[in-house]
Write a protein that binds this ligand. Structure first.
Ligand code: HEM
Length: 437
């Protein structure tokens, strides 16, 4: 589909074939990101990875992040902190279970994701008030809404300065909040350095500061770059994983038979006398099918992040001018009956039995993490967090909806944004089910 919005040509790819053309066959021609006011103001003039324009700076930064921050070794080195955070959560939920309390699962999962992400990126957890009076989630939501809001300035650059929608004013305000927080964190890390090497955590801030101080990079890498990447990592990690988990749990609560089948898999592979751990994830095939199925129906970033064409080109006989904005509609692809003939709107994890389709971006009918050069470099971390949290919550607890609500009555409304979340929070009552105390 083609749409001219203001001065910008917009192309929306809504079939696996079209997605493959843009993300694989002609990947390099569509590997840039459009200019974006949000990333100009909030992301230090597009110095971050997610919105960085294609070129040597983005390539170097992507290599650096992939090798230094998001490698399997680095992600595995944070295994114990994920375990600690999950153990704390299970203890809290056990108390709620004894009291038969209704818990706000959406809120709990977001908090867990914020805590895990902060510990990994910044080395410690931060209370909401240490960030800003409004709290993490609220400020991040504001950032995400601004990122998704159609901004006249992006389509008519010459009237952008007038800020007719007041978006730039909001962006400037929020950028000050993020900047103050990041400055504080970097200062705290610099203080720790002065105390000696043995105090260093090896969190993402340490890694980035080491690289900055070494002067080994072939490109300019100063405090502004460090802040842009730290913020990118925080935003990319906390909201995506929490949203994916929220949708998976919602689908499981809507289909108790599938929840029970997953619990049976966990009982058979792990038993009821110990907690499941990250190592167990390798053996949980039904869990993997549930995750694929939920990401098919509820892609976290339904239009990916917009791509931009670097030069004029012709795709399938259609002329696509330089600087066109490309959106890949993974939401439409995921529900297309031509692509998914067996009841595409229904949650049926069994559709993946015997199927080789996976989430790594090789299968254009399931593009939850994108594909090609701009695909998600945090896939391993994201999937680890999602699988771990879902498996733990379902292994340790039975879940029922509050006030006698029937599963089919659970509201599944969406709130559209760059990341598309549940419109209503997911509320449920946990009952602890392991023999392990
Ligand atoms: C379930 C969790 C996650 C999902 C579903 C997800 C999904 C995505 C998607 C769809 C894109 C856009 C791909 C494109 O535009 O073609 C993306 C990009 C990105 N993701 Fe993720 N992501 C997740 C977790 C993470 C985590 C944990 C991190 C890092 C801490 C991360 C870092 C990034 C970055 C930096 C980009 C931009 C890459 C670039 O433009 O070169 N993501 N992700």
């Amino acid at each position: 589909m083609y749409l001219k919005l203001g001065l910008v040509d917009n192309i929306i790819a809504s079939s696996p074939h079209a997605a493959e053309q843009f993300l694989k066959t002609y990947d390099q021609k569509f590997a840039s990101r459009p200019p974006h006011e949000v990333s100009k103001y909030i992301m230090y003039d597009q110095k971050n990875l997610s919105f960085g324009t294609y070129g040597p700076y983005w390539r170097n930064m992507r290599k650096l992040c992939t090798l230094e921050l998001l490698s399997t070794t680095k992600i595995n080195s944070f295994q114990s902190l994920r375990r600690e955070e999950l153990n704390l959560l299970v203890e809290t939920l056990k108390t709620k279970s004894h009291e038969k309390c209704v818990v706000d699962l959406s809120e709990i999962v977001t908090r867990l994701s914020v805590d895990m992400s902060c510990r990994m990126i910044f080395g410690k957890k931060y209370k909401d008030e240490e960030f800003d009076g409004r709290g993490f989630k609220c400020v991040v939501n504001e950032g995400m809404q601004l990122a998704a809001a159609p901004n006249i300035g992006d389509f008519f650059p010459y009237i952008g300065k007038l800020d007719l929608q007041g978006l730039v004013k909001r962006m400037k305000e929020i950028s000050k909040v993020f900047d103050k927080f990041l400055e504080k964190i970097i200062d705290e890390h610099e203080e720790i350095y002065k105390k000696g090497q043995d105090q260093i955590n090896n969190d993402f801030v340490d890694t980035m500061l080491n690289i900055m101080k070494s002067g080994d990079t072939e490109f300019q890498f100063d405090r502004g770059h460090v802040k842009a990447i730290l913020l990118d990592m925080l935003l990319a990690s906390m909201d995506t994983s929490a949203t994916a988990i929220d949708w998976i749990l919602s689908e499981l609560l809507r289909q108790p038979n599938i929840l029970q089948k997953l619990q049976k898999e966990l009982e058979e592979k792990i038993g009821m006398t110990r907690m499941m751990e990250e190592l167990d994830l390798n053996n949980l095939e039904y869990l993997d099918m549930i995750i694929k199925e939920s990401l098919r129906l509820h892609p976290v970033a339904p239009l990916l992040i917009p791509h931009q064409s670097i030069e004029d080109c012709i795709i399938d006989g259609y002329f696509i001018p330089k600087n066109s904005r490309i959106m890949v509609n993974t939401y439409a692809i995921g529900r297309d009956p031509k692509v998914w003939p067996n009841n595409p709107d229904e949650f049926i994890p069994e559709r993946f039995v015997g199927s080789s389709i996976d989430l790594r971006g090789r299968d254009f009918e399931l593009l939850s993490f994108g594909s090609g050069r701009r695909s998600c470099p945090g896939l391993h971390l994201g999937l680890t967090m999602v699988r771990l949290v879902v498996a733990r919550l379902v292994h340790c607890f039975d879940w029922e909806l509050p006030n006698g609500m029937l599963p089919e009555d659970l509201d599944m409304g969406e709130e559209f944004g760059l990341v598309t979340t549940r419109a209503e929070h997911l509320m449920a009552i946990p009952t602890y089910r392991l023999s392990f105390k």
